[in-house]
Design a protein around this ligand. Structure first.
Ligand SMILES: [Zn+2]
Length: 668
């Protein structure tokens, strides 16, 4: 009977191991193999399900020499690489179905192991602190820390006006002015009696002297967080407080999460006795919050000593148990409305940001200003999110790049996040883009790219064997500028060199085929095309005319550029640029296309069976900001005609590809 039991048990473990294998493949793209290798993936042994690095290392080292142990953040699995296949096999047999208690939690997990060909994780991208944010270590001594903590009487004055409040269980106390959570503001006419605690004066003097702050704060909020407690992501109300906000961390270290409206998140370790200074962008534009959890993921080697961002060096992450942390946050109450440069998040400037759509440009200056505002600035702001939606290269562009001879020098003018820079390793590819943020993303991928304008690329004439210009020229707002951009591509080419040019087509339905762009109207997310979500977007503002009346108002305008004619497009001439409704056909050749910034990408299937505590809290989802990019969509024949008007080149090929007009130019 015992024998039967053991067999049943073994079968159960095998079943679960297989299930873990499938889950890893389906949700994480991790492919397990059936033959023995040096490396294992171990389900339920991840930071995401409460395993800490020390404990796991101890366990896996029992079976041999561990060459690498990777613990990806928030994942319920880890990778281990042994010195030999034999050792890995030993571990595989022993770890499958092994029950392990998580630390001293009293909770058990069952591990399931599978072989993988390689231990891998995407390269860690070193993250910078949000602009305007600094963390200064050891600003108070242990003695000062003790006295400051003792000065807060959490129990004594429960009936007093500034009595402690328990907000989502964290303890809060206000001095100087009370911060009201009902309207997220302070009563500026009702200062609290007593002002700031005496003990803070010395500290604030020091901050002023050291230049950490410019103005003496007059408001203090003391928060006490027990392990498991947190604060939802928020921006301190602009109209309530001045620019600089400083926060002292006492009693214990904690990880604070900062998030840009484009979804980019930076986790910052605030060591015990350190001072966080938020100013400028980090104070006005980024949200900050503390995820309610009992452990933080931190760099193992930085524990307790190093400040700054927690990069995803998965070979060095561990869990750090939280302890009681008390923060002293000092602010200066604002006496006049906020006039920051972030109107989209500024309560003082609400209602003032009614944008009027820009006019169609009439001269070079207006065109350049329009592109600055509605192309360059927007790409700079949406760079991270934009890049996250640009993975899969278009097949015919890949085909072009693969067809070039080995050793060719190729310029990608308007390279964006560099998705074509690595397609063919036999080429020397150089990217250039107007957006610094996008060029930085290329740099993170180790591509050669620089910031530059497609109208004057800083490269010698005739220096390239080939060029590509993908989805770039439609962002120029006059026919002259579009032509100049084409001429610049031709200039870069050596005789016999070729340029591949893609622009967005007015015709999103061609030869009775709907383009991908139209078809994906109700398609799934994470798609490779222009716009990630959403339907009609109008700019806020009452001045916006109905699109129909707007269009008809324009039809009588003379069209000064005959090249733009030919596909029934209505010119915008003296009108304001219409805002396009995403995933519909175009009604105007010149238009604004909305881009919806989504807050962070959703995480799918983060668990392999048991996950003992959630890795991240659900974040409050504010309305996502909308940006508008200027486009000139090309009619059939328009791109080709423009190319033919250039001297010294010939059109080798001209075709339509998934909603784009495409030309291959050859330099004569
Ligand atoms: Zn503001």
């Amino acid at each position: 009977e015992d024998h039967l039991k053991v067999r049943k048990m073994k079968k159960k473990i095998m079943r679960k191991q297989l299930r873990a294998q499938h889950t890893l493949m389906r949700h994480e793209g991790i492919e397990c193999v059936s033959h023995a290798t040096q490396s294992l993936v171990i389900a339920n042994a991840g930071l995401g399900n409460g395993m800490n690095r020390k404990q796991l290392l101890k366990t896996v080292e029992e079976y041999g020499l561990v060459e690498a142990l990777l613990m990806p953040p928030n994942k319920p699995y880890s990778f281990v690489k042994y010195g030999s296949t034999e050792e890995a096999k030993k571990a595989f047999d022993a770890l499958n179905g092994k029950e392990l208690m998580l630390g001293d939690s009293g909770q058990n997990v069952v591990l399931y192991s599978n072989f993988v060909e390689k231990v891998f994780w995407k390269n860690a991208v070193p993250t910078n602190l949000p602009p305007g944010l600094t963390v200064i270590e050891k600003v108070v001594s242990p003695e000062e820390e003790r006295r400051m903590l003792e000065s807060i009487d959490w129990i004594g004055d429960e009936d007093a006006q500034n009595a402690q409040k328990t907000l989502k269980h964290r303890k809060v106390k206000h001095f100087g002015y009370e911060f009201r959570y009902d309207n997220n503001n302070v009563d500026k006419d009702k200062p609290l009696p007593g002002g700031l605690p005496e003990i803070c004066s010395l500290f604030l003097e020091k901050c002023l002297k050291q230049g950490y702050i410019k103005h003496k704060p007059d408001q203090l909020t003391v928060n006490q967080y027990e392990p498991g407690q947190g604060i939802p992501p928020h921006i301190d109300t602009h109209s309530a407080f001045e620019d600089e906000i400083i926060s002292l961390s006492l009693g214990a270290e904690i990880v604070m999460d900062f998030k840009h409206p484009d979804g980019h998140t930076v986790a910052v370790l605030l060591p015990r006795c350190s001072l966080l200074v938020m100013s400028g962008e980090s104070r006005y534009l980024w949200t900050h919050g503390i995820t309610p959890r009992k452990y933080d993921i931190i760099q193992a080697s930085e524990l307790g000593q190093k400040v700054g961002t927690i990069t995803a060096d998965v070979g060095d992450l561990t869990l750090n148990q939280r302890k009681t942390r008390t923060s002293f946050t000092f602010r200066k109450v604002r006496r006049s409305p906020c006039n920051c440069i972030y109107p989209s998040v500024c309560d003082s400037q609400k209602g003032q940001q009614r944008q009027v759509q820009p006019l169609f440009p009439h001269n070079e200056m207006e065109a350049s200003e329009l592109e600055q505002e509605y192309v360059h600035k927007v790409y700079e702001e949406i760079a991270t999110h934009f890049s996250s939606t640009r993975h899969s290269p278009w097949p015919r562009i890949v085909e072009f790049l693969r067809s070039l001879p080995e050793g060719s020098i190729v310029a990608d003018v308007g390279c964006g996040n560099g998705k074509y820079l690595g397609i063919n390793k036999d080429l020397y590819m150089i990217g250039c883009d107007r957006s610094k943020n996008l060029v930085d993303i290329c740099g993170e991928k180790n591509f050669q790219a620089f910031v530059g304008d497609a109208l004057s690329v800083p490269m010698r004439s005739g220096s390239c064997d080939a060029c590509i210009s993908i989805a770039v020229i439609h962002h120029f707002s006059t026919a002259e500028r579009r032509l100049a951009a084409l001429r610049e591509l031709a200039r870069l080419l050596r005789p016999g060199g070729t340029a591949l040019i893609y622009v967005w087509a007015m015709e999103q339905e061609y030869k009775n085929q709907k383009s991908k762009y139209l078809k994906e109207k109700h398609g799934n997310k994470d798609k490779e095309e222009e716009i990630s979500s959403g339907m009609a977007q109008r700019l806020p503002g009452d001045q916006m005319p109905e699109s129909s009346s707007q269009d008809s108002a324009c039809t009588d305008q003379p069209l000064d550029n005959s090249k733009d004619k030919g596909c029934g497009a209505k010119p915008v001439a003296d009108c304001r640029l219409p805002v396009h409704t995403n995933r519909t056909s175009f009604h105007s050749q010149d238009l604004l296309v909305p881009w919806h910034l989504k807050g962070g990408t959703k995480k799918r299937g983060e668990s392999v069976e048991t996950v003992l505590f959630p890795a991240g809290s659900k974040e409050s989802q504010g309305p996502s900001p909308v940006f508008h990019r200027y486009y000139h969509v090309f009619c059939e024949g328009e791109l080709e005609a423009a190319c033919r008007s250039l001297d010294g080149v010939r059109v080798q090929k001209s075709y339509y590809d998934q909603g784009n007009w495409c030309v291959v130019l050859e330099k004569l």
